[in-house]
Write a protein that binds this ligand. Structure first.
Ligand SMILES: Cc1cc2nc3c(=O)[nH]c(=O)nc-3n(C[C@H](O)[C@H](O)[C@H](O)COP(=O)(O)OP(=O)(O)OC[C@H]3O[C@@H](n4cnc5c(N)ncnc54)[C@H](O)[C@@H]3O)c2cc1C
Length: 283
């Protein structure tokens, strides 16, 4: 199918992109296009204008200082192949390796994945588990949004329609932090039926702080607070892991569909959490 007609703007700078968004309330940002273009072809999205941000060089920059800053237009491949990033955050290449196929990883961007907020996306959960934040620029300037406040609902974030996500910021992980992404993929689409991102700060052999984030099962990435509570202050023994995993789905609003019922998905959340925690313990 063909998309409805639209005007095309190639933004030359962040300010230019924001100005075009401001002048065109029906406009959408075009990043890698791997979610937006299929949605337009299926007429699930019909933006009146596209603002292509692909030529804005600063949106591709990756900077490693005290904080780690990844430009919104950095592609999955650029992030996966960045040696320093991979050493600091092994969970990034681990999750990217199970996103779509090589074409998707070559063009898809981290900023696009977060802004799109697909409920079965992989990197949204990783972003939240790493306690990231995003910088966004709009007509009244720049603001930051913490990961826990970014995702609102299915395909919905707290960004305003006239705001551009420019940068993803991650705090430097404490030495010894364990991180794992585990996924049960849908056999047809490859998207997560359930994905679990686990980031565990360790102190004297015990978990001092944990972030366990579920994707695929809920309308937006969700912290598994039951599991986190069972991990904090404990060493990663098989008993702790079994206890934490059994609490992973507690309190979550789990969705069902024709492939996986609500009950099955809730069970899978616990199973994949256990798998992720066992892998974390072995690292
Ligand atoms: C065949 C296929 C398989 C896939 N499999 C997976 C998978 O297994 N796991 C997975 O997680 N994803 C998967 N994806 C989705 C892929 O990861 C997308 O590329 C990604 O979700 C969106 O990134 P993008 O750069 O392509 O964004 P686009 O498609 O360009 O944009 C997506 C949305 O975000 C908005 N947007 C993009 N960038 C910004 C920005 N900087 N500021 C504000 N708004 C912005 C756009 O306006 C649009 O609404 C798959 C896609 C395809 C086509």
């Amino acid at each position: 199918m063909f998309p409805t007609s639209f005007t095309y703007h190639q933004a030359q700078s962040i300010e230019d992109a924001v100005a075009v968004l401001e002048r065109n309330p029906g406009a959408k940002i075009l990043a890698g296009g791997h979610s937006l273009i299929p949605a337009m072809k299926l007429r699930l999205a019909a933006p009146e204008a596209l603002v292509d941000i692909g030529r804005i060089a600063e949106l591709r920059e990756i900077r490693v200082d005290n904080d780690i800053r990844i430009g919104a237009m950095a592609t999955y491949d650029e992030i996966r192949n960045h040696v320093v990033l991979a050493a600091l955050f092994p969970i990034l290449p681990e999750a990217i390796n199970v996103v779509g196929d090589q074409q998707v990883r070559a063009r898809g961007t981290l900023g696009g994945a977060i802004a799109h907020a697909d409920p079965a996306a992989d990197l949204t959960a990783v972003f939240q588990a790493l306690n990231g934040r995003v910088k966004v620029t709009g007509p009244s300037g720049e603001r930051e949004i913490a990961a826990d406040d970014v995702f609102v609902d299915l395909w919905t974030t707290s960004l305003q329609p006239n705001e551009l996500l420019t940068t993803i910021v991650f705090p430097r992980p404490a030495p010894g932090t364990k991180m794992v992404y585990a996924k049960h993929s849908h056999p047809a689409s490859g998207y997560a039926v359930v994905g679990v991102a686990v980031v565990l700060a360790m102190s004297d052999g015990s978990v001092s702080d944990s972030r366990v984030v579920i994707t695929g099962a809920t309308s937006r990435p969700a912290r598994a607070t039951g599991a986190e509570g069972a991990l904090n202050g404990h060493s990663l023994t098989s008993t702790t892991i079994a206890d934490a995993a059994s609490r992973a789905s507690a309190g979550l609003q789990i969705n069902g569909d024709t492939y996986a019922s609500e009950e099955y998905r809730a069970h899978l959340v616990n199973v994949i959490t256990r798998k992720a925690l066992e892998q974390a313990a072995a690292r």
